[in-house]
Design a protein. Structure first.
Length: 232
């Protein structure tokens, strides 16, 4: 990734950086196919399509691309990725309904976790949080409860969502998202990797139960004991 104050500056940087990377990889004996390279120009407003130089090969940028299973669009909005995820999950519902007759509730919920939620929440800490639009969160919410209703054979939608979660011993989408982010933060603080993120978190960590008077993104300890520290 390269950034710049202008499009030309960014294109010049990416040409230089990509050329160095390709040269290094080839020096190790690896085969690099520059023609298969995909690139996106991330902008705040209008989508820009342009030709860029990738290690001597001219590549046209795209409106969006998939990286490790996550779809990034040029405006860094998650609609394309979430719609693609929901489509995959919807295709599994018919099979899940047929499987429900052959398994106990607990067995079926294990299948849901492995085959459905693994798709629905793949890399969710990246795209599911309080900044995700309320409309997209409602879509995720609906998809979350469908297999749970199948598990409880609640095809007439008689159970309230809180009762459904309790009966299936599952958390809500946002509870799961917050837990995932907290888990990542704890691992970062424990392992001190990546160090720049650890350094940023450690500067914002308060060990008292008093909220800091300024700042938007701060962690403060509300518990009686300290996480990760043994009590005396």
């Amino acid at each position: 990734m390269a950034t710049g104050n202008t499009l030309d500056e960014s294109k010049e940087k990416i040409a230089r950086i990509s050329g160095a990377h390709v040269t290094y990889l080839k020096s190790l004996g690896l085969v690099v196919n520059e023609t298969k390279t995909e690139a996106v120009i991330f902008t705040k407003k209008d989508i820009i399509i342009s030709d860029i130089n990738i290690a001597g090969t001219i590549v046209q940028t795209k409106e969006k691309m998939k990286v490790l299973g996550i779809i990034f669009d040029a405006n860094l909005k998650w609609e394309a990725h979430i719609n693609n995820t929901l489509k995959k999950c919807k295709n599994k519902l018919g099979v899940l309904k047929r499987l429900r007759r052959r398994f106990t509730k607990d067995q079926f919920l294990q299948i849901v976790t492995a085959q459905y939620f693994s798709n629905l929440y793949y890399c969710a800490p990246v795209w599911l949080n309080e900044t995700t639009s309320s409309r997209l969160r409602r879509m995720i919410n609906s998809a979350h409860y469908r297999p749970l209703r199948i598990a409880m054979k609640d095809y007439n939608y008689r159970l309230a969502k809180k009762d459904l979660l309790k009966s299936c011993n599952r958390s809500s989408p946002m509870e799961w998202a917050r837990y995932s982010l907290a888990s990542i933060a704890i691992k970062t603080l424990t392992n001190r990797e990546p160090f720049h993120l650890y350094n940023s978190l450690s500067k914002s960590l308060y060990t008292t139960r008093r909220k800091p008077s300024i700042g938007l993104f701060f962690f403060y300890d509300k518990s009686k004991g300290k996480i990760g520290k043994a009590r005396n």
